[in-house]
Design a protein around this ligand. Structure first.
Ligand code: ATP
Ligand code: MG
Length: 390
């Protein structure tokens, strides 16, 4: 075998007795992500995950990109396995890293000996391999403090491994170890970022989208499905529940004071989302709300919209500026889709002077003219389902 990957696990190594369930989850997440790229053997020994292609025909580049997006991995490297002898290690360095090494102005060798039965210390291994490389590449200086390139040698239980510098992994916790949550996904910039941030903390996600045809277009719905697909690159497959919201919005428009339109609408969203989430086995809701961003995102507004549900509501971007949210949206490649110009149902019937400091009792009073339960029931019945996977 010529090449494989070593993935270093992050926080999960700290999780004590839960470690095994964390590791198993990560292992199955990685195996699942690798499926489109061929057959791989995936196993964990001492907080390191080994990913080995089995047989010919594996797409290693595709697999590598996939591994970089798996939560729970702090860093990862492509490496060449070799026998645990100095000659074999040296030959592997020459064959596998010689090209990159020859481009460097200076280098050093850093070794790690996990197999304590190996007869040399890590310092001795570095000195020996470094010495041989210095002879083979006399024009490249040895610099142990600020080398241009570092050759890594690892002597582990099953084999030796050589590799160049590791790359940063996606970090976070393996998807699923924290349970399952439902994200309220609009077509905007914030909610896909919120979804990504909570997926990073180990939540498996489902999404819920409110759709007001014909006030919002079919393209607006397609855009949300595409955003879900982009987020699923990080959290794995996702289900999208698309809730028909037109009747509710029209009922609010026809029967409630304009200044309360958005808040009452959001209360409906939270109630419906909570019920769908519970039925889907989710333990919390996620929104892309950011304090003060719009009238419905003041402290008082979130108090009245949050008052209708008992599930915890996670708002990971609550303390972030738009610029900070946009930086993440670009990093996770959702930005270009988010800014496509299709209307969201939140912008239909927007009040000219929305209440920014609503009082719960007042909202409850104006809402009482609606048959809330019947409206919710009909909306839930009209829900359709889409599935996405990156
Ligand atoms: P975003 O960029 O996420 O659209 P926003 O600043 O436009 O955020 P709002 O439209 O007020 O904010 O919505 C706040 C949050 O409510 C969104 O982040 C999302 O979680 C949820 N939300 C809004 N509209 C919808 C919708 N049509 N379907 C599902 N969730 C929605
Ligand atoms: Mg929005």
């Amino acid at each position: 075998m010529n090449e494989m990957f070593l993935l270093k696990l992050g926080e999960i190594v700290l999780k004590g007795l839960n470690r095994f369930s964390f590791e198993n989850r990560l292992k199955s997440n990685v195996a699942h992500r690798l499926r489109p790229y061929g057959k791989f053997r995936v196993y964990i020994i001492q907080s390191t995950m080994y990913v080995e292609p089995e047989g010919e025909g594996c797409d290693l580049d595709g697999a590598w990109e996939a591994c970089k997006n798996v939560f729970g991995v702090v860093n990862l490297c492509r490496c060449r396995p070799c026998e645990k002898t100095l000659d074999a290690v040296y030959q592997a360095v020459i064959d596998y890293l010689g090209g990159e090494l020859s481009q460097a102005r200076s280098f050093k060798v850093e070794s790690k000996r996990a197999d304590k039965a190996f007869p040399m210390t890590s310092i001795q291994i570095s000195q020996e391999i470094g010495g041989r490389l210095a002879e083979a590449f006399p024009e490249i200086a040895v610099d142990v403090h600020h080398p241009d390139y570092t050759v890594y040698v690892e002597i582990r239980d099953r084999s030796g491994y050589v590799h160049g510098p590791a790359e940063k992994g996606a970090g976070g916790l393996p998807t699923g170890v924290a349970g399952r949550a439902a994200v309220l996904l609009s077509g905007g910039i914030d909610s896909p970022v919120a979804a990504y941030m909570m997926a990073k903390r180990g939540l498996e996600l489902e999404s819920i989208h409110f759709f007001s045809y014909p006030y919002t277009s079919e393209q607006a719905k397609e855009k949300v499905i595409e955003l879900a697909r982009l987020v699923s690159r990080y959290c794995g497959r996702m289900t999208i529940r698309v809730v028909g919201f037109t009747e509710i919005q029209e009922a609010i428009r026809d029967h409630c004071p304009e200044e309360y339109f958005t808040l009452i609408m959001r209360r409906f969203m939270m109630r419906i989302a909570e019920r769908i989430a519970a039925a889907d086995g989710c333990g919390c809701l996620i929104t892309g709300e950011s304090l003060g961003q719009v009238a419905s995102q003041t402290m008082q507004a979130m108090a009245v919209t949050g008052a209708v549900c008992r599930m915890p509501v996670f708002r990971p971007v609550i303390g972030m500026d738009k610029e900070e949210i946009i930086t993440i949206a670009r990093k996770i490649h959702t930005m270009d889709t988010s800014i496509l110009p299709y209307e969201d149902c939140c912008t239909v019937f927007t009040p000219r002077h929305p209440k920014t400091k609503p009082v719960l009792a007042e909202i409850e009073a104006v809402e009482a003219v609606l048959d809330v339960e019947a409206l919710i029931q009909r909306a839930i019945e009209k829900t359709t389902t889409e599935h996405v996977m990156y």
